[in-house]
Design a protein around this ligand. Structure first.
Ligand code: IMP
Ligand code: MG
Length: 179
């Protein structure tokens, strides 16, 4: 599998160091509260697992699964909710955990969707940010790393459902995409 990688953008050590910092910053920001972390499946599952182990708060966790309605075929920016929350978020401090903020379409839809349920606040945490690709006006509150406009895999991020288990974030060899 690692033979398919052209270059490593973020090593395991880079990621570990940054995730520890993010955990500390979030713990400080939310001190004295019991926030609800919401991981967006599937891409965020590894980041979420590492992040919350660096958060020193009495927090709870839930997950949502979403997918975009056929990319490019709709201008509505709607996303399909494949798995909704089990927890009631009214009055809660909600922290959304994403793998990557790309066009921003998914997260802006999701924020609006969750806002209707009257949480006390919504905070966005993303491991990766690709600001060059933004279509929706959305900014994350906590960003692990800014990445260039390249398709990346690993540490939860996939290409055709593969490569999520790489311990680093990298770019695939061009021939892999043309298979
Ligand atoms: P957005 O609505 O365009 O911001 O979509 C973000 C979603 O697209 C992410 O949660 C990822 O699942 C996927 N995505 C965007 N860029 C990449 C990438 O470079 N590698 C893997 N998945 C990506
Ligand atoms: Mg995703």
């Amino acid at each position: 599998m690692t033979n398919d990688i052209m270059k490593v953008l973020l090593s395991k050590e880079d990621i570990d160091t940054r995730v520890i910092e993010l955990g500390k910053e979030i713990s400080e920001r939310f001190e004295g509260t019991e926030p609800l972390f919401i991981g967006i499946l599937k891409g965020s599952f590894i980041f979420m697992a590492d992040l919350i182990r660096n958060v020193n708060l009495k927090c709870s966790m839930d997950f949502m699964a979403v997918s975009s309605y056929g990319a490019g075929t709709t201008t509505s920016g709607a996303v399909k909710i494949n798995k909704d929350l089990n927890e009631d978020i009214a009055g809660r401090h909600v922290i959304i955990v994403e793998d990557i903020l790309d066009s921003g379409v998914t997260l802006s839809y999701l924020c609006g969707y969750l806002q209707n349920r009257k949480p006390a606040s919504i905070t966005l945490v993303t491991l990766l940010d690709k600001p060059a690709r933004r279509k929706s006006p959305i900014k994350a509150d906590f960003v692990g790393f800014e990445v260039p406009d390249e398709f990346v895999v690993g540490y939860g991020l996939d290409y055709a459902e593969k490569y999520r288990n790489l311990p680093f974030v990298g770019v695939l060899k061009p021939e892999i995409y043309s298979d």
